[in-house]
Every structure is written in structure tokens, then in C-alpha cells.
Design a protein around this ligand. Structure first.
Ligand code: PEP
Ligand code: MN
Length: 474
């Protein structure tokens, strides 16, 4: 009946109360007075060296007086939703570009958000639980790099570090870090955040028109026809709900909150947007709802962890194959000393060949110590390789193998597989190989548009959602 449907689809379920004591820390927490600028006394990796410090200071000052992009109330709502996932209810979908472009069009952003919605509806159907939607957008500009410089045809230049830092063209001028880029990124982030809000309040209305899902590719193969059949069943359910009186205009259908997220890499920018919430006295980084710490900047004593410690946002930390269980527990001590469910998401990025060995020790340690975390799988970053043609790529099959491994480990350990994190786009780019449309290494040059890592295109991303929904359902 309608009440059941409502309850099933509701995104606003009250957070479950948690009983019990705060965990016993595995280490003495690093104690020093936190301020939004206290990270500056720490080693800060992956930061640009600006040639003009005065210019930098002027820009930081300007940004510190600009409006917050997101509000503490929204961040608390996301934390509550993530808290439910940490305690076993719901599923997270986080996705978007590896690196956003300042040249992205409104149509491009809209396509990305639509793709995320479609995947979310498929996953919701699969899990029969609310799906927390988090875009890698409206601030996903700064990129950590494996080397400070890049050599092409014997010419060495500083590496490209993302649109908020320097420019992608391989010229000496473009590669000079420019503080003005932070202002450009702020402005674009404000526009994108606004677009996300507008689309999110538009509801699922158009999602029941399967013909508009862009699935014309599906009918050529048996697998594709299965996906299409699933899509049609989902569309039927949505129609049925309407027949029952749950119209797309009613809150249950329009409360499709979409939250924003990015790697909190460029600390001067993050600091400039960190504001105190008058209501609670807590500090929030108002550059985006969810901020994560990357694999390359997660040293406990370093600036990024010490900055994240003091903001009340829901945060994430990436965990690759070198993460030790003790290290993860220490990160929990630092980043979530009160063991608040929803505060900390661990985004594992092991690689298809390492997940079955790499994930269980982490999961066991967290379970043994009674820590509340949301486990999300980034099945992209451990599976990057260079094709013979020279393009950085990833294979759909390897990504899927890691997704399967992630579900299998949590199933075996009796823990909650909390969600999936993808680098993806709503466009039919050719950056990752494989999928039903069988993109091959020699096709990559046709439409390779990523500024950084290869993304799943719209059909590859949807196929991923159908496969994951199948696993969730079984
Ligand atoms: C990323 O998410 O784009 C990224 C750089 O990931 P990681 O820190 O896991 O390498
Ligand atoms: Mn990436």
C-alpha cells in the first residue's frame, strides 16, 4: 500500500539512535587547539607553489567573505542519512567527473546528474532501500598528482593540478598556479550547486520514461536486453506508484536530495570557506557537503587530516592496498573520536586483484573495535592502466570485479556494503574499455575528454548499476 511504498522510498527516515559508549581509542589523539588555519603548522602535501603570495592572500580574503555554498543544516541531513547506512540501512551512490572542467556546459552537468539519478533509481530498486546520492561535483577541481612535473617530447613542465590551480594545456604559462582560479572555481561551484538543487527538486518524473534513459544500445545483446527488461520493470513500478496516488509532485518523489562532494585538496580554498555555525558553534567547511581525504594525503600528522578533524561535515577517507588496520583505527580516533555514525566514510580503492586480500583485515579491525563507518567502494582508482595507444584507461570488467569483491567481502564478514563511488559522466565518451558496447583500446581516441582519469560513460555507468542492483537483490 501507499504507506509502505512511502516508507520504503523515504529518504528522510529518522536516524536510528545509537546506544553504547564511545570507543576506547587505539592511540592517544593528537591534541592541539584546532582552528581553520591550524593545518598550516603541518606538512601539506600536493599543494601548489604560488609565485605571488600576496595575490594568494588577497584571493583567500575575498573568498572568506563570499557566501557559503552549502549550509550546516544540509550537511547534518547528509550525516544523518549516512548514519543510517553506517548502521545498516540504505545505500550510497557517489559519482561524477574525476576532475570537473571550468568549460563544462549546463547541458553537460545536467546529463551527469541525470545519469546519477538513473543509477540511483536502479540501485534503489535493487536494494529496496533509500539511496543517498552524492555527486562528485560543484567543487571537484583540485587533483593530486603522482609527480610534480610531466615530460612530453623532452619538454618538462609542472603537472596539471586541476582547474582551481593551473591550466591543462601543455604550455609554461598555463601550468603556473594562479590564485584567481580559486575564484573561477568558486563561481562555477556556486552555479553547479544551484543547478543540482533545481534538478533535485524536479523529482523522478522523467525517469519513468525508459526510452529517455538513452538505452538504445541495450537491444543488441542478451545482457543488454536483460538490463532493458529491468529498466522497464522499474518504470512500471514508478507508473504503478502514480496510479496508487503517489504522484511525482508528492514529497516522497521530489525529495531526491542530491549532495555535493569533492576531495578537500586545496587547503587555502577549503579554509576560506570554513565558517562557524552560529546555531551550534561548530565549524563547517561550506565548500561542499561531503569532503574526502585522498589516498596521497591521508598521513595522520599531516595537514589534510588535521584540517578535516575540526570540521563537522560528513567526511571520507580513501583507503588503498597499503592501508594498515592500525592506521585506519588511528584515523577513526582522529577523525571520529565520538564514533558518530555517518561522520566517517571509508572509501576503499584496492584494485580488482587486491580487494579479496586487502579489504578483510580492515573490515575486521573496524568491526572488532566497534567503530561506525560507512564502507564505500571506489572500484575505479585501483584499476587504472595505460593502453598501448598511450591513453590512461580502465576496464569495465576489472571495475566490476572489484565491485563484486567488495560485496563478497562484506557478505562474508557480516558487515554492510554501504555504497559505490564511480568516476562517470552522462556523456558517451570513450575513456574506459569494455561494457556492452565493447569499447576497445583502439576506440579510446574517438571521444576521450577527461581532464584527468578515465570515466565510465553513461551506458557503462548504467550497466554497472544494473549489475550491482542484481547483487543487492540476490
Ligand atoms: C580521485 O578520487 O580522483 C583520486 C585521486 O583518488 P585517490 O586519492 O583514491 O587516488
Ligand atoms: Mn580520479
Amino acid at each position: 500500500d501507499r504507506a509502505t511504498l512511502r516508507a520504503r522510498l523515504s529518504h528522510t527516515r529518522a536516524p536510528v539512535a545509537v546506544l553504547g559508549e564511545a570507543p576506547r581509542p587505539v592511540s592517544a589523539p593528537i591534541s592541539h587547539p584546532w582552528t581553520p588555519s591550524s593545518w598550516r603548522t603541518r606538512r601539506a602535501l600536493q599543494q601548489p607553489t604560488y609565485p605571488d603570495q600576496e595575490h594568494l592572500a588577497r584571493v583567500e580574503n575575498t573568498i572568506s567573505h563570499l557566501p557559503a555554498l552549502v549550509s550546516p543544516g544540509e550537511m547534518r541531513a547528509l550525516k544523518a542519512q549516512l548514519g543510517n547506512v553506517a548502521l545498516g540501512h540504505g545505500f550510497v551512490l557517489q559519482g561524477g567527473d574525476c576532475a570537473e572542467s571550468l568549460e563544462e556546459t549546463s547541458e553537460g552537468v545536467t546529463d551527469n546528474i541525470r545519469a546519477l539519478f538513473k543509477m540511483a533509481v536502479v540501485l534503489m530498486w535493487g536494494s529496496q532501500e533509500p539511496v543517498v546520492k552524492i555527486g562528485r561535483l560543484a567543487g571537484q577541481y583540485g587533483k593530486p598528482r603522482s609527480a610534480d612535473t610531466e615530460v612530453i617530447d623532452g619538454v618538462e613542465l609542472p603537472s596539471y593540478r586541476g582547474e582551481n590551480i593551473n591550466g591543462a594545456p601543455f604550455t609554461p604559462e598555463a601550468r603556473i598556479p594562479d590564485p584567481n582560479r580559486m575564484l573561477l572555481a568558486y563561481n562555477r561551484s556556486a552555479g553547479t550547486t544551484n543547478l543540482v538543487r533545481a534538478l533535485a527538486s524536479g523529482g523522478f518524473g522523467d525517469l519513468k520514461r525508459v526510452k529517455e534513459w538513452g538505452m538504445d544500445w541495450s537491444m543488441g545483446t542478451a545482457k543488454g536486453r536483460e538490463y532493458m527488461a529491468t529498466a522497464e520493470r522499474i518504470a512500471e513500478s514508478l507508473h504503478f506508484m502514480e496510479t496508487c496516488g503517489v504522484s511525482p509532485q508528492q514529497p516522497v518523489m521530489t525529495s531526491t536530495d542530491v549532495f555535493t562532494s569533492h576531495e578537500g585538496l586545496l587547503l587555502p580554498y577549503e579554509q576560506a570557506l570554513t565558517r562557524m555555525d552560529e546555531e551550534t558553534g561548530e565549524w563547517y567547511d561550506c565548500s561542499g557537503h561531503f569532503i574526502w581525504i585522498g589516498e596521497r594525503t591521508r598521513e595522520i600528522e599531516d595537514a589534510h587530516v588535521q584540517f578535516a578533524k575540526g570540521i563537522a561535515n560528513p567526511i571520507g577517507v580513501k583507503a588503498g592496498p597499503t592501508m594498515k588496520p592500525e592506521e585506519l583505527l588511528r584515523l577513526c580516533d582522529e577523525l571520529n573520536p565520538t564514533n558518530e555514525p555517518g561522520r566517517l566514510t571509508v572509501i576503499t580503492r584496492m584494485g580488482a586483484g587486491k580487494i579479496l586480500q586487502g579489504l578483510p583485515p580492515l573490515v575486521r579491525a573496524i568491526k572488532r573495535e566497534g567503530r561506525h563507518v560507512v564502507w564505500v567502494s571506489d572500484s575505479m582508482h585501483g584499476n587504472t592502466f595505460k593502453a598501448d595507444s598511450g591513453f590512461k584507461t580502465r576496464s569495465w570488467n576489472r571495475i566490476m570485479t572489484e565491485v563484486r569483491g567488495f560485496f563478497a567481502v562484506h557478505e562474508a564478514e557480516g558487515t554492510k556494503a554501504g555504497g559505490l563511488h564511480f568516476e562517470m559522466t552522462g556523456k558517451e565518451v570513450t575513456e574506459c574499455v569494455g561494457g556492452t558496447r565493447k569499447i576497445k583500446a583502439e576506440d579510446l581516441s574517438q571521444r576521450y575528454e577527461s581532464l584527468c582519469d578515465p570515466r565510465l560513460n553513461q551506458s557503462q555507468a548504467l550497466e554497472m548499476a544494473f549489475e550491482a542492483a542484481e547483487i543487492l537483490r540476490s
